[in-house]
Write a protein that binds this ligand. Structure first.
Ligand code: AMP
Length: 211
């Protein structure tokens, strides 16, 4: 009998693009994850279950072994720090760019800038490496509002089409990094459940390759 595995996923863009990959790897949930209120889902594979959590919590569940495997954006992984887990596969899904952005009709002021973001750790490192002192303002969403109401000079956020920035009178400025979703594995699970984890990682790698 093979070891049982728990996979942590988050609702939204990542889930929508991960489910087809899992299906191609032969894993299909027994319920509709998008409409169900459940948090734990069995699958057609008796030894594989899925848990549905907030995207920023996925690395934490995998770090502590509450999930053996997870799917998380590179943004979320960098912000978490990656302790206790391995990044195994670039799933090449939910691609976007992490960027700074500011108001289109106002030049970025001189001096110490206020930067609003959901990613204080990445943002701190980015400006440190540029040798620029900034004041960080941690927000949990709707970053685009911060420059409009004078809460911040700049924001650091994910940009895909650029439509959200544009709709709020903002323009993308500096490209910090490209982002995509990654398959992560708990370090202990990789040792203790080596065969089961290796088999699953390999199937998902194949699913990514044929996409
Ligand atoms: P867009 O208007 O297409 O540039 O998308 C920007 C909005 O979607 C922002 O609120 C971003 O935080 C969010 N977003 C863009 N790409 C992603 C992604 N890959 N994962 C999660 N959120 C994203």
């Amino acid at each position: 009998m093979s070891a049982s595995l728990t996979i942590a996923l988050a609702k939204g863009r990542i889930l929508d693009e991960t489910l087809p990959l899992l299906a191609r790897a032969g894993i299909e949930p027994n319920d509709d994850l998008n409409t169900s209120r459940k948090l734990v889902f069995s699958t057609n594979q008796p030894d594989i279950k899925l848990v549905l959590i907030r995207s920023a919590d996925v690395p934490t569940y995998v770090q502590y072994g509450a999930a053996d495997i997870g799917v998380a954006g590179k943004d979320v992984l960098l912000e978490h720090g990656g302790e206790g887990l391995y990044e195994r596969v670039d799933l090449k899904i939910a691609p976007c760019r992490l960027m700074t952005a500011g108001l289109a009709d106002r030049p970025v002021p001189r001096g110490r800038l206020r930067v609003a973001t959901k990613y204080p750790e990445i943002t701190r490192r980015y400006f440190l490496q540029k040798g620029q002192q900034v004041e960080l303002i941690k927000l949990y969403g709707s970053m685009e509002l911060a420059p409009i109401v004078g809460l911040a000079d700049l924001i650091v956020d994910l940009v895909d089409t650029g439509n959200t920035l544009k709709a709020n009178g903002l323009i993308p400025l500096d490209h910090i990094m490209d982002i995509s979703s990654r398959l992560i594995v708990n370090r202990a699970s990789l040792k203790m459940k080596n065969q089961a984890v290796k088999d699953l990682v390999q199937k998902i790698e194949q699913a990514v390759a044929v996409r």
